[in-house]
Design a protein around this ligand. Sequence first.
Ligand SMILES: Nc1ncnc2c1ncn2[C@@H]1O[C@H](COP(=O)(O)OP(=O)(O)OP(=O)(O)O)[C@@H](O)[C@H]1O
Ligand SMILES: [Mg+2]
Length: 390
Amino acid sequence: MTGYLNRIGAGKILINKEPLSFDWTPDSLVGRDNELGEIASMFSHIENHNSSCRAVITGPVGSGKTVLTSRFGEDLVKYLDGKRKIVLAHVNCRNHPSTSQVLQRIALILDSGHPERGLSSGEIIQSIRRNLLSHNSHLILVLDEVDILVRRDNFDLIYKLLRIDESQERQGSLSLILVSQDSMLLKLFEPAIISRLGASNILELKPYTQKGLTEIAKQRADIACRSGSINEKILEKIGMMAADSGDARLAIELLEASIRRAESAGRGEVLIGDLEQSITRVTSIEPSQVDGLSKDQKLIMLGLCRRLKKESEINTGDAEKLYRLVCEEYETKPKSYTTFWKHLKFLENQGLIETRGGKSNIGRGRTQHITMNNVAPANLASRIEIDLQR
Ligand SMILES: Nc1ncnc2c1ncn2[C@@H]1O[C@H](COP(=O)(O)OP(=O)(O)OP(=O)(O)O)[C@@H](O)[C@H]1O
Ligand SMILES: [Mg+2]
């Protein structure tokens, strides 16, 4: 009965799963030497103990913004070893969308005993500064997906952080890297902020080309898989399939799905057919189909896409929670569960999502699992985000 379980971790192809996780940071990035060089030049004074640096990084979904800041941060810490003590804090504003949540997160990274509540943002900022001074450390703060924070709480926190050392004796407490998909965001910055960030400290990442995506898939395959289990043709096809979006996450996802299919068929080699099963997922629904949805349906889809670009399925309870979070982000009152449910069924009828488990007329309490097999969630998410910002 349980013989099928033997296939889990049989490892006919995979020897190391870790490189297929989206959060894994490779030792070297594929094709981003110039971009790393550009950030390095924005940080050219970082060795100087009184200096603070700034960078703004924008680029479409899966263009490597997050991994670029992680790679740069880790490399810099090593490079400055013995010269300047650096603390890295990478805060994703999607998970910490308000000023107080971001500050709380930074304070906790610096000091795990930081009191949870009861301090104003000004007080937390000064306590962060004191902590850095007392340890003679410099903070490199990455505010990832910063547009979410700005949309919710305006530029107040960024402004305060940029002025953290103003009228203080010692300078150089923190360097700031702002990351956003949305390059329009920069146009909203107030002149005072632009002048403090430095108008030339902006790096715009381009989407990956077919060749770049093939190389990204190859880098992962070389580390994750037995040699000879995935040939060049497969990797080239992955590049081709992900090229429309230019999204590295899609290339990695296609690689992972094809390995999974080959292994569960008991093979030690990935065949083109393993990959082709993903073609419907990449192409069979026109992304423009989401343009015709109502605002609530778009908000629901956005919540689903964000989770499904990282995981293969989501249950209805989580889907509703994500919908509420997205509503908060876009300052919209969420609809009742019944309405949410009706919209889900509509999306299913449109072929945008599939559900399994339970009957279709279920209410709260019975869980269904939602997947997106006909469409790449990452592409849809960015399309909906752009649409909602109009
Ligand atoms: N140049 C690269 N070399 C190797 N891996 C890369 C490269 N660029 C991106 N990746 C990988 O692709 C995936 C997506 O990249 P990342 O998360 O950095 O994109 P992003 O631009 O931050 O996307 P989003 O806008 O959705 O936040 C990650 O797993 C990342 O490690
Ligand atoms: Mg990112």
